[in-house]
Ligand binder design. Structure first.
Ligand code: CMC
Length: 386
C-alpha cells in the first residue's frame, strides 16, 4: 500500500494557527469578545483582589484552591527551593553586561535542568516537584541576572518574605512597603497564565517529544522573548519615553498607523475587547504615578490609549497586559531590561501546569507545511552552475 493512500486528508491551512485548537485544557479560559479571563473558572479580578501569588500558583498547578494546610506546605516548599547554585551565579557573571536578560535567564533555567538529578523523570510526581523548584528559583535567577548586570553584589533570598516581597528585596536590597508588595504580587498573579499563547505552545511542543520539563520551559522562555509576545512590555515603555510629552502623542500614533507600524502593548489574537489584566494594571499605574508625584508617563500612556481606541478600537485593538505593566515596574524602580524576565518568572507557573496537563494527553506535535517549492529541479554539477 502506498504511503499516500494511508495519509489523512490535510486540514485547512491557518497562518499563525489562528483559530486552531491544539489541545484541551482546564487551566484558564478567555472570552476575547467580552474581555473575560478565568483561572480554573475563577474571574481574574476576584483572584487579583483576594489571592496572592503562592495561592494562585497552587490553584493553577493543582486545579483547586488549597486548604490552609496545603497552602502552608506549598509555601514552605517554595521557600526551601529559592536558592540557586553558586556555579550558576558564575555562569551569569560570564555574560557580557549588555547581553539581553532573556538570554541569561533562558541559559540559567537550562543550566538548572543539568543539575537536577530528576530532570529525566517525566512522572507526574517528579514533574510537580520540579515545577516547584523552577517556580521557586526563577525570581532568584531574574534578580541575580539583574543585579550582576548592574555590577552589584547578589542578594540571597529571604525566607521570611513572600515571593513578591522577596523578589523586590533581591532586586534592591531593601524590603518593600506593603503597597509595593501588593502591587508586585498582583502583577505576578496577572502574568501567571494565559491559555495557548505562543510560549505555552512552545513548551508543550517540546514536552510532546517526551523531552523534559526544563527543556520545555527553556523553549518557552525563548519564545516569550520576542516583541510580539512578552518583549512588548519593554518596548511599550521605551515608546512612551521616546514620545516624551502628551502633545507629541497624536502625531506619533498617526504616523505609526499610517506606516503600518505596530504600537507595542496593543492588540491581541484572542482579545477583541479591553484586556482585563490591562484594566487592573492601568489602575496601579495611575495610583503609583500619583503617589510618586510623577504623572508624565501615565499621561502619555492614557493619551496613546485614547487615540488608539479612536483610530483602531473599531478593529478590536485595545491595550493588552504589556501596555501599563512597564509603567508600574518603572515606579517600582525595576530596570526595563528586567520587564520580560519578570513576565517569564510569573508565567513559569502556567508553563509548568500546561506541560503536566499535556503529558496526560500526550501526542507528539508534527504538523505539516504547505509545500510551495519546485518539484522538477535536478542536481547541477558545481562547474556548470551559473
Ligand atoms: N498597533 C497597530 N495595529 C495593530 C496592532 C498594534 N499593536 N495590533 C494589530 N494591529 C492591526 C494590524 O496592523 C492588522 O491590521 P490590518 O488588518 O489592517 O492589516 C490587524 O490589526 C490584525 O493584526 P495582526 O498582526 O494580524 O494580529 P495577530 O493576531 O496576528 O497579532 C499581536 C496579535 C498581539 C501580535 C499584535 O496585535 C501585535 O503585534 N501587537 C503589538 C505587540 C504586543 O503588544 N504584543 C503583546 C501581546 S499580549 C501579551 C503577550 O502575549 O505577550
Amino acid at each position: 500500500m502506498s504511503t499516500e493512500a494511508t495519509e489523512k486528508k490535510p486540514i485547512d491551512f491557518a497562518r499563525g494557527l489562528e483559530g486552531v485548537h491544539v489541545a484541551t485544557t482546564a487551566i484558564s479560559w478567555i472570552d476575547g469578545q467580552n474581555g473575560v479571563l478565568l483561572y480554573r473558572g475563577i474571574p481574574i479580578e476576584e483572584i487579583a483582589k483576594h489571592s496572592n501569588f503562592e495561592e494562585t500558583s497552587y490553584l493553577i498547578l493543582y486545579g483547586k484552591l488549597p486548604t490552609k494546610q496545603q497552602l502552608e506546605e506549598f509555601d514552605a516548599a517554595l521557600k526551601k527551593n529559592r536558592e540557586i547554585p553558586d556555579d550558576l551565579l558564575d555562569v551569569i557573571r560570564k555574560f557580557p553586561k549588555d547581553t539581553h536578560s532573556m538570554h541569561v535567564i533562558r541559559t540559567a533555567i537550562s543550566f538548572l535542568g543539568g543539575f537536577d538529578p530528576d530532570a529525566e523523570d517525566n512522572t507526574p510526581e517528579a514533574n510537580y516537584e520540579k515545577s516547584i523548584k523552577i517556580i521557586a528559583k526563577f525570581p532568584t535567577v531574574v534578580a541575580a541576572a539583574s543585579i550582576i548586570r548592574r555590577g552589584l553584589e547578589v542578594i540571597p533570598p529571604d525566607s521570611s518574605l513572600s515571593m513578591a516581597a522577596n523578589f523586590l528585596y533581591m532586586m534592591s536590597g531593601e524590603k518593600p512597603t506593603a503597597e509595593e508588595e501588593k502591587i508586585m504580587d498582583t502583577i505576578m498573579i496577572l502574568h501567571i497564565e494565559h491559555g495557548m499563547n505562543a510560549s505555552t505552545f512552545s513548551s508543550i511542543v517540546t514536552i510532546s517529544t517526551l523531552a523534559d520539563i526544563y527543556s520545555a520551559i527553556t523553549s518557552a522562555i525563548g519564545t516569550l522573548k520576542g516583541p510580539l509576545h512578552g518583549g512588548a512590555n519593554e518596548r511599550a515603555l521605551r515608546m512612551i519615553k521616546e514620545i516624551g510629552t502628551r502633545d507629541n502623542v497624536r502625531q506619533y500614533v498617526e504616523n505609526a498607523l499610517a506606516n503600518k507600524q505596530k504600537i507595542m502593548g496593543f492588540g491581541h489574537r484572542v482579545y477583541k475587547a479591553y484586556d482585563p489584566r490591562a484594566k487592573i494594571l492601568r489602575g496601579y499605574a495611575e495610583s503609583l504615578s500619583k503617589s510618586r508625584g510623577d504623572m508624565s508617563g501615565i499621561e502619555i500612556a492614557e493619551e496613546i490609549e485614547k487615540i488608539m481606541i479612536e483610530k483602531v478600537g473599531g478593529k478590536g485593538i485595545f491595550p493588552n497586559v504589556d501596555f501599563y505593566s512597564g509603567l508600574v515596574y518603572s515606579h517600582l524602580n525595576i530596570p526595563m531590561e528586567d520587564f520580560t524576565p519578570i513576565f517569564a518568572m510569573a508565567r513559569s507557573v502556567g508553563w509548568c501546569a500546561h506541560v503536566m496537563e499535556y503529558l496526560e494527553q500526550n501526542r507528539i506535535f508534527r504538523p505539516r507545511a504547505v509545500y510551495v517549492g519546485s518539484k522538477d529541479a535536478h542536481y547541477v554539477p558545481i562547474d556548470e552552475r551559473k
